[in-house]
Each structure stands twice: as C-alpha cells, then as structure tokens.
Design a protein around this ligand. Structure first.
Ligand code: FAD
Length: 307
C-alpha cells in the first residue's frame, strides 16, 4: 500500500507526487495521460521563472522531475471508483486493479467544453483558443470572437478587449447570462459587439490559421460571416469528477469542494488543481495547490498513524 496515492498526472498531480516523495514516504501516481492539459497547449508564457516554453516540452519536464524521485508512476491508468475506508482508502482502476493508500490526492483536472463545429478541431492552437489568460496576448491588435455569454465568456471578452483590436461576443440564447455588473462593463467598451440568438456554425481558415466565423441568426435563420483572426470558446470547463459522484462532496458545477488545506469531505482524501473549487484554472495555481494538498496529506499521516 501507498502512503500517498495521487490520481492524475498533470501539473497538480506532479507537484503533489514530488512533495510527497521528498518526505520519504511511499508515493504512487496513476494517470490516464501523464502531462494532462498542457500536452494540448502550444506556447506557455505565464509559468513564472520560465519566460516561454511549449506544452509538450513542459509536460516532459514535469515527468522528468517526478522520475527523479522514488515514485511509482502508473501511466495510461484510469481510476473508476474511490472507496473510502478508516485505515486505508482504495481506488479501483479501469483494468480491475485496486490500489490502496493511507491518503489519496485527487488531481484529475478538467476539460474545456467544445462547440463541435467544423474548424474547431482543425484550427485548435491555430486561432481557436480556450484560455484568455493564456492566449489573449497572442492576438494583440487582432480581431477575435468570444463564444458564450455566461460569466466566463463576458469576463473573457472584457479581458480581451483591452488587448486585441476588436471583440465580437456571440451568445446562443436571446440574452447574456453573465452578472449585470459584467454586462454593464462589457457594454461600456468601445471595441466590443454583442450578438445574441446566434448559433456558431463554422470556424473558417486558410488551412494554417483562422480567418473567419459563420453564425446563424436564430430569429431569421440567416447565415452571417465575420472576418477575424481568433475564436475563444467559453462555454464551460468540465471537471473530471464523473467517477467521484456519491463519494466526495462536489459543487453544483461538479468541482471537488476543498478547504484551505486541500482537504475534501472524506478524511484522508485531498484534492488539487483544476478539478477543485479553487478559482482561476492555471498551471502556476495547480502546481501550488498540488504541493499544498501533499503537505496536508503528510500532516494527516503523521497525526493518524503510530507506525
Ligand atoms: P490537468 O492538466 O487537467 O491534468 C489532469 C490529469 O488527470 C491528467 O493526467 C489526466 O489524464 C488525469 N485524469 C483525468 N481523469 C482521470 C481518471 N479518472 N483516472 C486517472 N487519471 C485521470 N495554463 C497556464 O497557466 N498557462 C497557459 O498558457 C495555459 N494554456 C492552456 C492551453 C490550453 C489549450 C488548455 C486546455 C489549458 C491551458 N492552461 C494554461 C490551463 C492549464 O493547462 C491547467 O490549469 C492545468 O493543466 C491544470 O492542471 P491539473 O493538474 O489540475 O489538471
């Protein structure tokens, strides 16, 4: 059995594993895809102390750092069930194996919801983006659209309006759903257009990068095309917690509820990173949270075990 078993091998899971291993306790990491979301990222420019790097390179360095310690890495392993227990917590894997540990750190991350229109996959990282904090500056002086009129879409549009030349916000429903104060701020900006009742039908490009977007006006059924260089999709970030329903407490958005130490509702089970209620889903934050959850797990072990 492990002292600390980390589920998830993104930035949060890697940090948790390193902090645990440095305490000299038995540490394991099981991940469906070691590296996590950064594998799908092109350029990373906001991981403090690294001026610029690429996602796959960053992921390889995460793994190299974890491998420098005595950590049992189980890659390509999907967890399917968390089974709480007094002394030991079990995690049942897809392949049937049951891993046991004194403490478990959940770091299964999240995924951006796709709009599933032609061009979205093809132009991912070539004009189609999901994270304004990450990719906004790449569109300096250019025209972009933000798809989604909830809080995250409107916040993204306000944020981007300060960086890019022009923002078109596109909402499917007939009203924006964001808080009033955000909507007022958005409407006060000179370089923003808001289009409601609009269904995005296609993202266009020249084969290398995005050059336009088509939408259907849902009141008239007419198709319109906008020329632009970037599209930010902001229709939700989905935490990877489907397998945890009924065990740890989740928020209404499906995020794992944690306290300031990363403790979940189940004793001995901690969580970190994009999968939790902690706001602002960023690498630098996930790494800090992973370290914190790991120190909390260590604290839990020394308080609960005599051997
Ligand atoms: P993740 O990176 O999502 O890792 C989750 C891990 O859990 C993965 O290993 C996954 O395979 C595994 N997993 C999931 N479910 C299971 C399961 N059931 N069993 C076992 N393992 C499982 N942030 C920045 O700070 N700067 C950027 O420039 C930046 N650019 C981004 C660009 C894109 C396109 C995307 C998608 C995100 C970007 N982000 C960026 C956000 C950043 O990638 C995340 O905040 C960060 O990766 C979160 O780390 P995490 O460890 O919490 O989760």
């Amino acid at each position: 059995p492990f002292d600390v078993l980390v589920i998830g091998g993104g930035p949060a899971g890697a940090a948790a594993a390193i902090y645990a291993a440095r305490k000299g306790i038995r540490t394991g990491v099981a991940a469906e895809r070691f590296g996590g979301q950064v594998l799908d990222t092109m350029s990373i420019e906001n991981f403090i102390s690294v001026k610029e790097t690429e996602g796959p390179r960053f992921a390889a360095q995460l793994e190299e750092h974890v491998r420098a310690y005595d950590v049992d890495i189980m890659n390509l392993q999907r967890a399917e069930e968390l089974i709480p227990g007094d002394k030991e917590i079990s995690v049942r894997m897809e392949n049937g194996a049951v891993l046991k540990s004194k403490t478990v750190i959940l770091a299964t991350g999240a995924r951006w919801r796709n709009i599933n229109v032609p061009g979205e996959q093809e132009y991912r990282t070539k004009g189609v983006a999901y994270c304004p904090h990450c990719d906004g500056p790449l569109f300096k002086g250019k025209r972009v659209a933000v798809i989604g009129g909830g809080n995250s879409g409107v916040e993204a549009a306000i944020d981007l309006a300060g960086v890019v030349a022009h923002v078109t916000l596109i909402e499917f429903g007939d009203l924006l759903r964001a808080d009033d104060v955000l909507q007022r701020k958005l409407r006060s900006l000179p370089n923003v257009d808001i289009i409601v009742s609009a269904q995005t039908t296609e993202i266009h490009g020249d084969g290398n990068k995005v050059n336009g977007l088509s939408y259907k006006d849902r009141t008239t059924e007419a198709i319109h095309k906008i020329d632009l260089e970037g599209v930010f999709i902001q229709i939700g970030l989905v935490p990877n917690t489907e397998w945890l329903k009924g065990t740890v407490n989740l928020s209404k958005h499906g995020e794992i509820e944690i306290d300031a130490k990363g403790q979940t509702s189940v004793p001995g089970v901690f969580a970190a990173g994009d999968v939790t209620t902690v706001p602002y889903k960023q690498i630098v934050i996930a790494i800090g949270e992973g370290a914190k959850a790991s120190l909390s797990a260590f604290d839990h072990i020394i308080r609960t075990s005599v051997t």
